[in-house]
Write a protein that binds this ligand. Sequence first.
Ligand code: 6PG
Length: 241
Amino acid sequence: MSHRENRVYSDQEAVANAFASFMKEVVNSSDHSVSIALSGGSTPKVLFGLLANNYKDDMDWVKIQFFWGDERCVPTSHEESNYRMTREYLLDHIFVPQRNIHRIHGEENPDNEALRYGRHIQTTVANRDGYPQFDLIILGMGDDGHTASIFPDQMELLSSDDVCRVATHPESGQKRITLTGKVINNAKNVAFLVTGENKKDMVKMILGNHPEASGYPASHIRPVGNLFWYLDESAAGDFRP
Ligand code: 6PG
């Protein structure tokens, strides 16, 4: 049975704390390895710092297979690389075998890399109904309603049959590689980490089930497994679970 829950905390740090303890439960209670797709963005940055500081010896790190839900098409040395951010804030500070780290090669040709990463995921992550099934996918949401790198002007990435696709940031034109909606919605657990006042109108529209919400990618994330929204009070605005 899938479970839906919206959780509101005082601030970004409290969101990161609460999610870290949920993640620990998912990882430490599993009797097999756990596939997790990470996200870029500001809240994950805080989360990764907190995990590195407070969960170094407290999480079964070697059990985790690390993937990414999306990546910017830049080299790993670039300040916008999601992999670089994760390495700096988390991976450099914990013990994880290199073979557990499955990064998106942002430095490669985007079309080729979307295919390669999609195939890699198909062969390494457990399968349900022909699609990979991650144990946990961490997502953010932009104030334009995008999630992972599925933007409102590329809604077709939600229903694509591919595992990964190339996306284009609507303003900067930056190429990105993203998991598609079908893969995200096949996960056992999906957790949105959403903080900041600029998100409150979108949160209200999506979690309040307004009809216009259907124009925004984040509203289409309704996985077969559990769905959690971790919000801080600023992002929740006057929305209360
Ligand atoms: C990325 C993301 C993206 C992000 C949102 C929210 O790599 O940029 O995966 O989907 O999560 O843009 O970002 P903030 O948490 O920084 O607002």
